[in-house]
Ligand binder design. Structure first.
Ligand code: SAH
Length: 252
């Protein structure tokens, strides 16, 4: 059995209870060493074999999984944040399916959630934005043309940009071309939930300069939109005394 497990985005105690249990039971752990906190390996049992996928190809990862499976062992494939975002899990799962190897998926705290926590921020403020666009700049991995940042920017919604910190000049040009104002608030969150986490509030117009000043080139998320200011919102209906819900009658 192969368990894909979300490691969470930094702090070792942010893994789920289930994820920690699976790590403790695993005979083999293959972890994404470029971003997964190595402190999580402390949860492994004695004799567990550990592989760092940062130095491996897909084929090598699959070979380790197949050998473990042939020996009746349990493998944890530990991915950063939640495996469903930029995790390259589908190609692994498809190969396992072709080989008739069972697998499941244990979610984790994605860095877009860790970044909101670092900023003490709600992405969905009534009257400001009720949507979060999760995307990235095209880099060595292309992005379909219909998903350009420029096109998403037209919505003016909260946007969280992964994998784009090294391309901030182009990103800014796209954000502006799509319609965010140059003074639209923006944030850079470096290593959310790690001990050396850093957060910076700037604007769309000053994103590149802000990253340069603080020498941030990777392991960061860019958050853009009027919600970053965390102001100008309407109070929620859910907790409004005049509003009845399934659980609470209106108070007036
Ligand atoms: N599956 C992961 C994302 C992997 S892609 C998740 O759910 O978070 C790798 C990118 O995620 C990095 O380039 C960076 O943009 C972002 N990232 C991962 N961990 C981060 C962290 N702790 N703080 C800020 N950004 C992070």
């Amino acid at each position: 059995m192969i368990h894909f497990v979300g490691a969470g985005c930094g702090a070792a105690d942010l893994i789920t209870v289930r994820g920690q249990r699976l790590l403790g039971e695993a005979d083999v752990i293959i972890y994404a060493g470029s971003l997964v906190n190595p402190g999580l390996l402390a949860y492994r049992k004695e004799g567990c074999k550990v592989y760092n996928s940062a130095v491996m190809t897909l084929e090598e990862v699959l070979d380790v999984m197949r050998s473990a499976e042939a020996e009746g062992k349990t493998t944890v494939r530990l991915h950063t944040g939640d495996p469903c975002l930029y995790g390259a899990i589908r190609e692994q799962m498809d190969a396992l399916e072709r080989d008739g190897i069972a697998y499941d998926d244990c979610p984790g705290v994605s860095s877009f959630c860790g970044a909101a926590a670092a900023l003490r921020m709600e992405y969905t403020l009534p009257d400001v934005s009720q949507s979060v666009v999760i995307t990235r700049m095209a880099g060595r991995t292309p992005v379909p043309e219909r998903e350009s940042i420029r096109s998403f920017a037209q919505h003016g919604a909260t946007m969280v940009l992964f994998l784009s910190t090294g391309l901030l000049e182009q990103t800014t040009a796209e954000l502006l071309a799509g319609g965010y104002r140059s003074d639209t608030p923006a944030a850079i969150v470096y290593k959310a939930t790690w001990p050396d986490e850093q957060t910076y509030i700037c604007t769309v117009g000053t994103l590149a300069q802000c990253a340069k000043e603080h020498d941030i080139k990777k392991t960061a998320l860019i958050i853009v939109g009027d919600t970053v200011s965390q102001s100008g919102y309407a109070r929620s209906e859910l907790y409004n005394p005049d509003f009845a819900t399934e659980f609470r009658p209106a108070r007036s």
